[in-house]
Design a binder for this molecule. Structure first.
Ligand code: HEC
Length: 345
């Protein structure tokens, strides 16, 4: 009798206690899990899960890439402008390296209809469901066809897509740099409608910088005379950088050529200039990712010190585009140390 009562009460008390204890997770004990495979993947996660040991001190299932590694297709991409108001203003002179060919614009349309239309509307009239249903206030301009967007430099749109602006978030994780330009060309095609000028289908991004199809373009639209263009291009071809270990430093023999460029740009304060730095090292080398931009920046600093308005100057790196040769001979290396200039209005 007594034993029975004890058991009865004991069970009544013990059951909830047992169930509580066994369900609660703590420390390394996950507690009772329903379908644990749903929580913890059977496959190894990259960069985690292994216990550290002598040969794998970081306990990772996958090694981190070597410093300076750049993902395939991202070689030319080091976006130089800071994510702030100043960077936004400077981005005005950041120029497309993807031409506004019909096929690129068509791909831009495809991407736009995935990532943008629900706010800006299929035709860029800010009548997508999010704006229409007042889930979020729309921009101050009514449509892409407004002068604001027509006159907005492509570089600023690039900055907005990359970093976001106001209530529009960054789209950089959805659109790679090439795709951003394609979407931008499509935005401009909606803005200009029938007046939009497509680039010829063969114009590629590689160096020739064919017609970029909108008012903001590169050296194909060099605003001066052909003679001036030839003179400036020749001067720039003489600008050279040192090899290792001072490869970010310009050779002093470059100064007289740059003086000529500086004088020309000072005489034309309405010209905008992008300096494109190339690199001549293997991409896995440390510091390679920023080398092109470092070199372009050196040139810009020099031009500014000679009185060129800094707001007219911007830098870009071109690590993959225009890389010449297999970088095995010293001649190849020299050609990849070059900086190029793009002048436009
Ligand atoms: C969630 C809604 C939303 C989505 C999605 C969105 N935008 Fe926007 N967009 C905005 C808002 C809001 C602004 C106004 C930002 C401001 O000026 O404060 C804006 C501004 C812009 C501007 C003007 C930028 C400038 O520099 O003034 C452009 C161009 C633009 N968007 C294009 C795009 C493109 C292209 C996409 C797709 C890749 C996109 N937007 C996706 C909400 C959105």
């Amino acid at each position: 009798m007594k034993l029975n009562t004890l058991l009865k009460y004991g069970l009544v008390l013990a059951l909830p206690a047992i169930s509580l204890v066994s369900c609660v997770s703590s420390g390394d004990n996950p507690g009772i899990e329903y379908a644990p495979n749903m929580y913890t993947s059977q496959a190894y996660e990259p960069f985690s899960q292994e216990k550290s040991f002598d040969y794998n001190p970081n306990g990772m299932t996958m090694r981190l890439p070597v410093n300076g590694t750049i993902a395939r297709g991202q070689g030319g991409y080091i976006y130089p402008h800071a994510n702030n108001g100043e960077g936004y203003e400077a981005s005005a002179s950041y120029t497309p390296w993807i031409a506004a060919t019909e096929s690129n614009v068509a791909e831009g349309e495809r991407l736009y209809n995935i990532y943008c239309w629900h706010c800006h509307g299929k035709k860029g009239k800010n009548d997508g469901p999010i704006f229409k249903d007042k889930k979020m206030p729309g921009p101050s301009w009514p449509a892409y066809s407004s002068d604001y967007i027509k006159e907005l430099p492509n570089g600023k749109i690039y900055h907005t897509i990359t970093n976001g602006k106001g209530l529009m978030g960054s789209h950089s994780f959805m659109l790679n740099p090439e795709e951003r330009w394609k979407v931008i060309h499509y935005v401009k095609s909606l803005a200009f409608g029938d007046d939009f000028k497509y680039a010829a289908e063969h114009s590629s991004a590689n160096g020739d910088h064919g017609d970029m199809g909108s008012p903001q373009t590169s050296s194909a639209n060099f605003p001066g005379t052909p003679e001036e263009k030839a003179r400036i291009m020749t001067a720039m071809s003489k600008v050279d950088f040192k090899g290792l270990p001072n490869r970010k430093e310009m050779k002093s023999s470059s100064h007289s050529s740059l003086d000529e460029v500086a004088a020309y740009l000072s005489d034309h304060p309405d010209y905008k200039t992008t300096i494109v730095g190339h690199i001549g090292v293997t991409l896995t080398e440390e510091g390679a990712a920023t080398l092109g931009i470092d070199r372009a920046t050196k040139v810009i600093n020099y031009l500014t010190s000679k009185g060129v308005k800094s707001s007219n100057l911007s830098a870009r790196s071109d690590a993959s585009i225009g890389r010449e040769g297999e970088i095995t001979s010293s001649e190849d290396r020299k050609s990849n140390r070059r900086v190029e200039i793009e002048i436009y209005k």
